[in-house]
Design a binder for this molecule. Structure first.
Ligand code: AMP
Ligand code: MG
Length: 488
């Protein structure tokens, strides 16, 4: 279907006018298509093949408005690095429309980098190509890993200059999510004492996205509990693949438990639990090992915002549930990453912890170490070279390996079956920062082949793909000290 044939239903417009602002994207000069994610196009039922690149670029940059699109920017607030900021909002994002696809799923279409809105504050409303490529690649990589995330439909570039630390060029991302509502959407109304608006927003989110709760007597508490659960599951999955978000402000927390707003994110390479991926995070608030606690802190802020709807005891119960749920999910994922599928046994925690400690002392590559574990045979006789090479203390590794093999024998699962299952949990390929950087450097010279290659690779991160071994390498020397900041 072409744009005007899609089915639109603008549910957010039916909320009170002060929840958002109607805006119009500011055109970029001479837009060109950088990449189109045909898989995401299918999600909304868009027949991209009937459109020329120029037509696609015009609509996907926001330059040309389609009949049926009703652009808006949403109001929200948030806690940024622990500090309350009373008003934020979509400063450079514009929701174009909500589409109901042929499977009856709702997808909100949001441009990022499409110009000023009433919430732009000091910003220019733009996004640079560099950060756009980073978000585009990583959101699809996360999807490939099976981790809930916003999706990316397209990137459109323009040679328009954008001023960051250096002069860069502009790009507009079109991203998709069932909803872009964040924790901060609730915080803004609660902070102003507008409890009726908090209730209306909660009713809206429940009706649209948690319909099984609608009409239930304790629906608000149940809703909060569900958000806590989805957030716990999300962060457990982040930890399990070594994903670091980098800016876990409450305005970057999705009410649907999606990974949202990819900025200075990173995937753990040499394992350091205290690693800070965001160069602008001076205190290390959002370092890898803090993410689960930050999830709780952010949920506590959401709980406060919902305070007029939920009693204290139920709030505490949901927060406690978050902690329990996270630990349970994370522990389960770790067991599976080690190939222990027969339920937790005595000694497992020590076995897992020892492995993590060995990785840390050796600065072993997080992704490659877990992936290489699948090579171990329960009965020995293998050489496990790739795994052994990750560790400096060979003797300690040897001892651990003996205990591990003993545990694998007790599990009773065949090597082949375990290997197969582990390889569906421990990815072979993740979006290392330097891989994204290579694609960015080429894209800045208008060569988009590396973006395409990474998209193909990361769509199936668990499968060994011929000729792609070099994409499993840890950062080369030039990229080892690469820094990513909030500048985007
Ligand atoms: P972020 O740190 O990307 O999550 O952004 C925090 C807030 O600043 C959000 O409300 C953004 O919409 C806004 N923002 C970030 N960059 C820009 C920009 N270049 N122009 C306008 N608003 C921006
Ligand atoms: Mg944000």
């Amino acid at each position: 279907m072409s744009w005007d044939q899609l089915q639109y239903d603008h549910s957010y417009h039916r909320l009170p006018e002060h929840f958002y602002s109607r805006v119009v994207p500011t055109p970029v000069p001479d837009p060109y298509l950088v990449h189109l994610n045909t898989e995401a196009a299918r999600l909304i039922g868009l027949d991209h093949e009937s459109l020329t690149e120029a037509e696609l670029a015009a609509v996907l940059s926001g330059n040309r408005l389609v009949d049926g699109h009703e652009p808006l920017a949403m109001l929200y607030a948030g806690h940024q690095f622990g500090q309350w900021v009373s008003q934020l909002g979509d400063g450079r994002a514009i929701q174009l429309a909500e589409v109901i696809n042929p499977e009856r799923q709702r997808w909100a279409l949001q441009l990022k980098g499409s110009g000023l809105t009433p919430y732009s504050r000091g910003g220019d409303g733009r996004a640079v190509l560099r950060s756009t490529v980073r978000e585009y690649l990583c959101s699809e990589a996360m999807h490939g890993l099976g981790i809930p995330t916003t999706r990316a439909l397209s990137m459109v570039g323009s040679d328009m200059e954008v001023y960051r630390e250096e002069i860069e060029t502009a790009a507009v991302l079109l991203r998709l999510a069932p909803s872009f509502v964040r924790f901060g959407h609730f915080e803004v109304f609660a902070s102003r004492g507008q409890t009726e608006d908090v209730k209306q927003l909660a009713d809206y989110v429940i009706a649209q996205h948690y319909p099984e709760l609608a009409g239930q007597p304790h629906r608000y508490a149940e809703f909060f509990l569900k958000v806590a659960e989805l957030t716990a599951d999300l962060i457990a999955q982040w930890q399990a693949v070594g994903f670091m978000h980098g800016v876990m402000n409450t305005d970057n927390m999705s009410i649907l438990g999606l990974t949202i707003d990819y900025g200075p994110y990173g995937f753990m390479e040499a394992y350091r639990p205290g690693h800070i991926c965001n160069h602008s995070d001076y205190s290390g608030r959002y370092r890898y090992k803090h993410q689960p606690d930050i999830g709780l802190w952010n949920l506590s802020r959401l709980g406060e915002a919902l305070g007029s709807l939920i009693d204290e005891a139920k709030m505490v119960k949901a927060l406690t549930y978050y902690e329990r749920r996270f630990l349970q999910r994370y522990s389960e994922l770790l067991h599976h990453k080690l190939g222990l599928f027969d339920g937790p046994q005595e000694g497992d925690t020590a076995l897992i912890n020892q492995f993590m400690t060995m990785m840390e002392t050796s600065g072993a590559d997080f992704t490659n170490s877990f992936r290489a574990l699948a090579e171990v045979n329960a009965e020995g006789s293998d050489t496990v070279e790739a795994l052994r090479d990750e560790f400096i203390d060979r003797a300690a590794f040897g001892q651990w390996l003996e205990a591990y093999r003993e545990r694998l024998q007790r599990s009773g699962m065949s090597d082949a079956e375990r290997r197969e299952r582990m390889n569906r949990i421990n990815p072979r390929y993740v979006l290392r920062n330097y891989l994204a950087q290579v694609a960015i450097d080429q894209a800045q010279d208008k060569d988009y082949r590396e973006i395409d290659r990474l998209m193909t690779l990361l769509r199936r991160p668990f499968e060994e793909q011929p000729g792609m071994d070099e994409y499993t390498r840890p950062a080369p020397d030039w990229a080892r000290d690469m820094e990513v900041s909030c500048s985007s």
